[in-house]
Design a protein around this ligand. Structure first.
Ligand code: 5GP
Length: 147
């Protein structure tokens, strides 16, 4: 896998506005902030995209979300609200192929999606709708009955 700027930040090889680091994740301010608070939370392990995540990455993904929520508190934006964004591959505009969660807030963020440059044709969109009975089933662990 190719090295990325985020892997270099995780290893402390290039300067960044570091917010948090532990054995699983690293958080730092985005170099081109899109909102008063714009922080990126990444797994220390260089997973390229959400589509490349495996069972072994579940702890890091959970930690990413919890760290984002904690940083939102520290930034004082949790009461007003904020948004987490995880872009996956080309249609989502992913630029850096090291999985990352954007924490955005500090102002009203508007609607969730801007108009896409090339909206899909209605037939194309409908073709992507999966009937409920065809939804993929993941082998998720069963909840413990001991609790
Ligand atoms: P993406 O579009 O891949 O979801 O988001 C990549 C983000 O990484 C962008 O918001 C961009 O500003 C940020 N970014 C790119 N290079 C660097 C860098 O060297 N340092 C920091 N802190 N952020 C970066």
């Amino acid at each position: 896998m190719t090295d990325t700027v985020f892997a270099q930040i995780v290893r402390g090889e290039i300067p960044t506005d570091l917010m948090y680091q532990d054995e699983l994740v690293t958080a730092f301010r985005d170099i081109q902030p899109q909102a008063p608070t714009h922080i990126l939370v990444v797994p220390n392990k260089p997973v390229p995209t959400l589509a490349d995540v495996t069972d072994a990455d579940e702890a890091a993904l959970g930690r990413m979300i919890r760290v984002a929520a904690r940083l939102a508190e520290e930034e004082g934006i949790d009461e007003a609200g904020y948004r987490l964004i995880l872009n996956c591959r080309a249609h989502a505009g992913q630029e850096v192929y090291h999985l990352h969660l954007h924490l955005l807030g500090g102002r009203p963020l508007g609607r969730m999606l801007s108009e896409s440059e090339e909206p899909p044709a209605p037939s194309d969109h409908l073709a992507r709708v999966i009937p409920p009975h065809n939804l993929p089933r993941f082998p998720l662990p069963q909840p413990s009955r001991d609790a």
